[in-house]
Design a protein around this ligand. Structure first.
Ligand code: PNS
Length: 159
């Protein structure tokens, strides 16, 4: 059984992420969306909120699960006997950092393979960083995030 891990911060999950998950779920028997719990980084959404938003967004896919990890991705992969990493690649912007991260991860744990899926052209302008900024200043991100994320943002605005 081919299991692939789709790691990320997912603060919050976007339609671009969801597109990668849906396509990954067609390519692999199982996709595990793994949230990095970064204790030193301030996040907009708590880990619990991020898990819930992802679970709600992937509820139509029966071969997708949500997990979280702390520390190095390769340690988490090795500890769980996972060998495939999926990453989305937006044109231009991502290549350099993804190439570096993939090479480093491969160096640290040679048994892994990193598979890149080109981001859907319709979502290539979306990033969680921009979404967070737009949320902060009260802009509308409805078209860019799954409904469960949008609902939570509306709740945040209501206070
Ligand atoms: O959604 P992101 O923020 O682009 O995801 C980046 C992520 C979480 C995949 C990456 O930062 C990561 O794997 N962090 C865990 C720590 C680690 O393994 N660092 C070394 C990377 S070479």
């Amino acid at each position: 059984m081919k299991t692939a891990v789709y790691p990320g911060s997912f603060d919050p999950i976007t339609k671009g992420h969801l597109d990668i998950i849906e396509r990954g779920a067609k390519l692999f028997d199982k996709v595990i969306v793994s949230i990095l719990v970064n204790t030193s980084k301030v996040s907009v959404f708590s880990v619990e909120e991020r898990i819930k938003m992802i679970q709600e967004s992937v509820s139509h896919l029966d071969n997708v699960e949500v997990e979280y990890f702390e520390g190095l991705l390769v340690h988490y992969m090795e500890a769980n006997n996972y060998q495939i990493i999926i990453r989305g690649l937006r044109a231009f912007a991502d290549f350099e950092s993804e190439f570096q991260m993939a090479s480093m991860n491969k160096k640290l744990y040679s048994d892994i393979e990193i598979v890149f899926l080109m981001t859907n052209i319709n979502y290539s302008y979306i990033s969680s960083t921009l979404i967070r900024e737009i949320i902060k200043f009260g802009g509308n991100v409805q078209e860019m995030v799954p409904p469960s994320v949008y609902e939570r943002i509306i709740e945040m605005y209501r206070g």
